[in-house]
Design a protein. Structure first.
Ligand code: FE2
Length: 376
């Protein structure tokens, strides 16, 4: 299909030079971390597990760690009007600063990636408190986003040195979120392959074979996407770039309002998408809707599924099938006033795909929202 470059190569080194245990956490820079934390606790049901700020001896910022299952978010706000955190928020609004990756050796991760061309943001550092020690190091990726390598094998505290544990959370109403399935980055026009190559050459990732890159419908999506995954498949990063379509690309809208490349969505897994989405809706999370006709055509398209189609239709949950099984997914509206970051809730029943069969219905739903914002 025109515009989709062939994958440069599939060669992987024999030995994984960047072994990852998984996603450690995702750190956001936000205008008001206290209120953002309340949103994630009350709406997404996460629990406040740790905090640092002036009361714990950190003078320049406050950070709230909220978690559910293995999903762990850190909401950080600067306490001073100037500086890099404040600049980040002025430019991007609330958004993801760091995708932190859990490693056994942060210094080796930093050394191997910088040796292959990664740019250092923070050199390896050792952090200590009464619970032990942890090491971190950070490298730059797309836009102002960074990867932080976190080594915590000698640390037993609530999060990282300097944070104190938060008490039992009386606000949190868990909804069954398990772990991060994938995190998607939006990059600029014509930059997708550059970042695919970065993840391949600098991070040792490979093209995730199960993504339908040749079938992606640019007519409806106005985007191109490739999924990169690390050696053990625990970390998956689809990379999107805008494409010329019938209408203004949703990726272009993101780039405009985010002020450049950044994280577009975070997909969180559940074993019970109907239960999870029902509770999220009751707690105020807003989801994209597809037309009712989607469900009339559903069984013909995906065959027999365990979930009652009426419930899926009520909640707006989408279904797709491939050779390996099926998957259910739904997308929130952006969670900021800028049309930037949103979330996906996903339940996999054998399928490792990303929902290609839903692109048409989904992207039409996104376009309706873009039109309401006057950005189409
Ligand atoms: Fe996704």
């Amino acid at each position: 299909m025109p515009g989709i470059a062939e994958t440069p190569n599939q060669v992987r080194s024999e030995q994984d030079f960047l072994p990852l245990n998984g996603t450690d956490h995702v750190e956001f820079y936000v205008g008001n971390a206290r209120q953002a934390a309340y949103y994630y606790r009350a709406a997404f049901g996460m629990s406040l597990v740790a905090y640092r700020g002036p009361e714990t001896g950190t003078r320049d910022r406050a950070s709230y760690v909220v978690a559910q299952g293995k999903v762990r978010l850190v909401l950080t706000t600067p306490l001073e009007p100037g500086g890099t955190m404040a600049d980040h928020i002025r430019r991007h609004g609330d958004g993801v600063k760091a995708i932190a990756l859990w490693v056994d050796d942060a210094e080796a991760a930093w050394r191997e990636t910088t040796r292959r061309g990664a740019v250092t943001v923070e050199e390896p550092a050792l952090w200590k408190d009464e619970h032990g020690e942890a090491r971190t190091a950070s490298i730059a990726v797309y836009g102002d986003t960074i990867h932080t390598f976190v080594e915590r094998k000698n640390y037993a505290g609530p999060f990282l040195p300097g944070y104190r544990a938060a008490g039992p959370d009386t606000v949190a109403r868990p909804v069954g979120l398990l772990h991060i399935d994938h995190m998607v980055g939006n990059v600029g026009w014509g930059e997708m392959n550059r970042w695919v190559e970065f993840y391949r050459d600098v991070m040792g990732f490979g093209l995730y074979q199960h993504f339908d890159d040749r079938d992606i419908s640019t007519e409806y999506s106005a985007l191109m996407s490739k999924v990169m995954a690390n050696g053990n498949g625990r970390v998956k990063f689809p990379i999107n770039e805008p494409a010329e379509g019938r209408k203004k690309s949703q990726i272009e809208e993101y780039l405009e309002f985010y002020g450049g490349p950044g994280v577009q969505h975070i997909a969180m897994a559940t074993h019970d998408i109907i239960g999870t989405v029902s509770r999220l809706r009751d707690q105020g999370v807003e989801f994209l809707r597809v037309p009712g006709t989607y469900y009339e055509e559903l069984q013909g398209r995906v065959g027999k599924i365990e979930e009652p189609v009426e419930r899926l239709a009520e909640l707006g949950i989408l279904v797709d099938r491939d050779e390996e099984g099926y998957m259910l997914q739904i997308f929130t509206r952006p969670v900021e006033d800028r049309p930037t970051l949103f979330y996906e809730i996903i339940e996999r029943k054998g399928s490792r795909s990303f929902g290609k069969g839903n692109f048409k219905a989904l992207f039409e739903a996104i376009e309706r929202e873009q039109a309401l914002r006057g950005n189409l």
